[in-house]
Design a protein around this ligand. Structure first.
Ligand code: NAD
Length: 499
């Protein structure tokens, strides 16, 4: 059985805690590897390593750090197929989707090539007589990232690329469900010229996370995962005086106005609702058609599309829409929520619970499910299902539709499909959600903008990647300088003002 350890001091090392977690191939249901779960001592060793390597890396000029990123981008492209295969084998998503996972991370690395420009400070000449004032952005030191299973390439890169470009050393604690790709990324960073010890990958579970949160060397923690853990990490990290940004779960609504192109809206819903088996924080899980006739027409278009979804293992290539869920527990949980929806009285128009994949009967597959007449008091409306399940909540008016995402506890993404500019502008302006699509179902911002949800989808005050990434991983120092010619007048006893 393959054993996956850690990546510390520039190389793979074996786990020494004696604790392991199973890593599955979700398509076959087989355990394909065991990943080591780090002990406190192993985490301490990785942090000590990072702390030793960080000052020299911070002293490397930003242009040279950017060149490492440039080379890293080349290597990601070179190894794209290999990375996608390893990713699909542990996660279950299709190969094209796995490549998308790598590419959305690669784009953040590309953005970070601009580090020399992004790290430039501000300068005021002559802020007072003979006085200049300037600010500079300095790295924090050793920082950490804790990431979820659903984007094992993209989200680690959202975290470590800006952190490293800013001159920090990084401890990555990826998901124990799909640990191979994060280590492969760390190897590529070393090949790209990153000094050993600057990027470490430590696998583990809650104990590894707690070791990060309580450590005094680590200055900042970036987390992505489910909301209860995001809240836990945020409160424990900030209580320990760390900077923290923690992103959580989602329930993304898409409003379909009566004037929308319904064919386009139905296609968008199927892709955004069922792609990656719904295991995306930006998946659309609630469709809100406005008006009875819009709802009826939409269901009529959606049902056959959901029934026709092609489900299969990643090895089937491009001919598959989505693959299995990540674990048997995830499959049982999602099916249980569908059972719950039926009990609550929602109308299950398409039932994918009984789906079995021929030749892969032990895989964690299920078919797409479509609910109609879901109401806001139902558990299936309130809970993030994180599976191939789309709920239709009917609304009589735009205001009633708008109130659904406005009142929901999550605030990650949302979308509206309409031909009317006034409605679209009103929606974008009034909605209390971090990322908004207008006739775009999954509005994931590009690398040079920032990504972040509101309400219970995000804790902390800066977003991920884009300019916010550089702000999060640096602190500002402001220097006020006066040279001797300005110091001739003797002591001043009044608080300095710029005369
Ligand atoms: P998760 O919360 O189970 O795990 C995330 C990380 O936290 C993992 O590294 C895991 O090892 C660690 N962890 C798990 N339990 C812990 C505990 N009790 N104490 C400390 N650490 C713990 O999330 P997941 O299942 O891997 O990912 C799916 C979730 O992530 C969904 O809710 C999804 O919406 C969310 N997500 C959010 C975003 C975003 O940007 N908002 C992006 C992707 C995924």
């Amino acid at each position: 059985m393959e054993k996956i350890g850690h990546f510390i001091g520039g190389k793979r090392v074996e786990g020494t805690s004696g604790r392991y977690a199973d890593v599955y191939n979700p398509a076959t249901g087989e355990v394909q590897a065991q990943v080591a779960l780090a002990s406190q001592d192993e985490m301490d060793a990785a942090i000590a390593n990072a702390a030793a390597a960080q000052p020299a890396w911070a002293a490397t000029n930003p242009q040279r750090r950017a060149r490492v990123m440039m080379k890293f981008v080349d290597l990601l492209n070179r190894d794209m197929d290999k990375l996608a295969e390893a990713l699909s084998r542990e996660h279950g998503k299709t190969l094209p989707d796995a490549k998308g996972d790598v590419i959305r991370g690669l784009e953040v690395a590309e953005f970070c090539i601009g580090a020399p420009h992004l790290l430039k400070g501000e300068f005021t000449e002559g802020a007072g007589p003979g006085i200049d004032m300037y600010s500079m952005r300095q790295p924090l030191g050793v920082v950490a990232g804790i990431t979820p299973f659903n984007f094992p390439a993209m989200i680690p890169m959202w975290k470590f690329c800006p952190a490293l470009a800013c001159g920090n050393a990084f401890i990555l604690k990826p998901s124990e469900r799909d640990p191979s790709v994060p280590i492969m990324l760390a190897e590529l960073m070393i090949e790209a010229g990153l000094p050993e010890g600057v990027l470490n990958v430590v696998n583990g579970d809650k104990s590894a996370v707690d070791a990060i949160l309580d450590d005094e060397t680590i200055q900042a923690v970036g987390f992505v995962g489910s909301t209860p853990i995001a809240q836990y990490v945020y409160s424990r990290a900030t209580a320990a005086g760390k900077r923290a940004q923690c992103f959580g779960g989602a329930k993304n609504h898409m409003i379909i106005m009566p004037d929308a192109d319904l064919d386009q809206a139905a296609d968008a819903l199927v892709g955004a609702g069922y792609g990656a088996a719904g295991e995306r924080c930006m998946a659309v899980s609630v469709a809100v058609p406005v008006g009875e006739s819009t709802a009826n027409a939409l269901i009529e278009k959606l049902a056959p599309k959901v029934e026709a979804l092609k489900i299969g293992p990643y090895t089937a290539g491009d001919d598959v829409d989505f693959g299995p869920l990540v674990t048997k527990e995830a499959l049982t949980r999602v099916k249980g929520l569908v059972d719950q929806g039926v009990k609550e009285g929602a109308n299950l128009v398409v039932d994918g619970r009984g789906f079995s994949m021929q030749g892969y009967e032990d895989g964690f597959f299920m078919g797409g499910c479509l609910f109609d007449n879901v109401t806001r008091d139902m558990d299936i409306y309130k809970t993030e299902i994180f599976g191939p399940v789309l709920s239709v909540v009917r609304a009589e008016s735009y205001e009633e539709a708008l109130d659904l995402p406005l009142s929901h506890e999550y605030g990650n993404g949302t979308a509206i499909f309409t031909r009317d500019g006034d409605t679209a502008r009103d929606f974008a302006s009034r909605i209390n959600i971090g990322m908004v699509g207008i006739n775009v179902p999954i509005p994931v911002p590009l690398a040079y903008h920032t990504f972040g949800g509101w309400k219970k989808s995000g804790f902390g005050d800066l977003n991920q990647h884009g300019p916010d990434g550089f702000k999060f991983y640096t602190r500002t120092k402001t220097v006020t300088s006066r040279w001797p010619s300005g110091l001739k007048d003797g002591a001043e006893f009044v608080i300095p003002t710029m005369k």
